[in-house]
Design a protein around this ligand. Structure first.
Ligand code: ATP
Ligand code: MG
Length: 435
């Protein structure tokens, strides 16, 4: 609608502008015609003054009329009684009176003898508001030209009027802007549509990039969180090993180095996972034997468990089917829950218990501890990134666990046991091949 209105407006304005310009051209042409006509009339009238002394006394006008056909007759008179310099006669004639000679001049003939015929709708010659000669009709003329002849004896006012020659206007040219603007608006619309498409495509590409960048940041934060514990453990194992070697008591050194190697392997696995995410590789799903995996988690946290003396117990239902998932993901989930339980019981003599059971649709894992449990605030926000109540905590452990559980289409809930300790309930759906 807006386009049609713009097209109409632009077309109207342009057509009006072009029309006005062509009309102005016509007016200027006609004005030039009028100037020529005026000049020729002036020349002719001045000839009357020049011819008077040369006119013969006889009345035979034929010789004179060959040159000046507008002079109908002349009359010499000797009486010096004053006469009006111009005396109008009928049919466009007038007497030009001089002291001893009077000329009868026929203006229509004068106009006929002009070199170039200039056609005006209306042409008149008048003297002192008295019309001497008139051609055409004066009704409804748009343009008017008036100029008085610079002659002492015949100061006539030459007036012409005319109207535009509408039929002679180049209408096809005046109407051409309609086509021009239609083309311009069409091209503009096409350009806008293309640009909008391009902008949307650019926006999508940018959004995809931003999302990628965002998940990179999330990934990096996750990695920093996950690498922290194994690195601390490796350092502590190595320091212990060095101390034993210095004390010349190497018996336990291989065991410590084995534990360090286990942590290094975990770091390697975490980095592989990081690379997989960067390159959008598919994560490998495997059959997981939960008791073995839980054992491994405890081994990885052995250093922390021993240093604060925490007892770990577990119970796996007999008919527990194997879980089908990327082992590292499940390991990370349980590792983060267990880490928190250890940190919550840093005063020592605590416990952690894992209960694993199955129902028809999935596997349920419940991790409870003997700590103080989650505060009301923590109960609400434990899975929100960067929520922490620990001085050295980042607040990512549970957020990461939650993300991984979501990816496995499972659920995770946080609560407290009736004794007051923390309780995390996990549930993973069984895939077809697990049922
Ligand atoms: N077993 C638990 N007992 C008591 N509070 C817990 C327990 N597990 C989690 N919380 C509460 O939930 C918060 C968030 O845990 P989360 O693991 O996400 O972060 P964090 O342990 O504080 O820091 P980090 O990023 O190093 O893991 C903890 O700060 C703590 O207040
Ligand atoms: Mg934590």
């Amino acid at each position: 609608m807006l386009r049609i209105i713009s097209w109409l407006l632009l077309t109207l304005l342009s057509c009006a502008g072009l029309g006005a310009w062509f009309l102005q051209q016509q007016f200027e042409d006609k004005s030039a015609d009028f100037r020529i006509l005026y000049r020729e009339i002036t020349v002719k009238l001045s000839q009357h003054d020049a011819i008077i002394p040369l006119l013969p006394v006889s009345q035979d006008a034929s010789e004179v009329q060959k040159i000046l056909p507008q002079i109908v007759l002349w009359r010499r008179h000797n009486n010096l009684e004053p006469r009006r310099p111009i005396v109008p006669e009928a049919n466009g004639r007038y007497w030009l009176n001089r002291p001893n000679l009077s000329l009868l001049i026929d203006l229509p003939t004068l106009l006929d003898t002009l070199g170039e015929k200039k056609t005006f709708q209306h042409l008149s010659i008048s003297w002192n508001n008295t019309l001497l000669c008139e051609q055409g009709t004066a009704a409804r003329s748009y343009w008017q030209w008036d100029k008085t002849v610079a002659s002492r004896t015949q100061p006539f006012l030459v007036s012409a009027s005319d109207s535009p020659a509408w039929a002679k206007l180049p209408w096809w040219l005046i109407a051409s802007p309609a086509l021009f603007w239609a083309l311009v608006i069409y091209l503009l619309t096409q350009y806008q549509a293309n640009k909008r498409r391009q902008d949307i495509a650019d926006l999508r590409a940018r959004y995809a990039e931003l999302t990628r960048l965002n998940s990179m940041g999330e990934l990096a934060a996750g990695m920093v969180h996950e690498l922290n514990q194994p690195l601390t453990a490796i350092m502590s194992y190595n320091q212990a090993a060095v101390r034993l070697i210095k004390q010349d008591n190497p018996a336990q050194v291989p065991e410590l180095l084995d534990a360090a190697v286990l942590q290094i392997k975990r770091i390697d696995a975490l980095l592989s996972q990081f690379r997989q995410k960067l390159t959008s590789e598919r994560t490998g799903y495997q059959r997981i034997d939960l008791p073995t995996l839980w054992q491994r988690v405890c081994k990885l946290l052995d250093n922390e468990l021993k240093s604060v003396k925490i007892r770990v117990t577990s119970h796996f239902a007999d008919d527990l089917p194997p879980l089908y998932a990327p082992p590292l993901w499940v390991e990370q989930i349980l590792h983060n829950i267990a880490s928190n339980a250890i940190q919550a019981q840093a005063s020592g003599a605590g416990w952690i218990h894992l209960e694993a059971s199955s129902d028809n649709n999935g596997i349920a894992l419940t991790v409870t501890d003997g700590g103080p449990g989650l505060s009301p605030e923590a109960l609400e926000q434990v899975f929100i990134p960067f929520f922490t109540t620990r001085g050295q905590g980042v607040g990512l452990g549970m957020a990461l666990a939650d993300t991984l559980v979501q990816r496995l289409n499972g659920t995770i809930e946080a609560g407290n046991t009736s004794e007051g300790g923390a309780c995390f309930r996990l549930w993973f759906p069984l895939k077809d091949e697990e049922k």
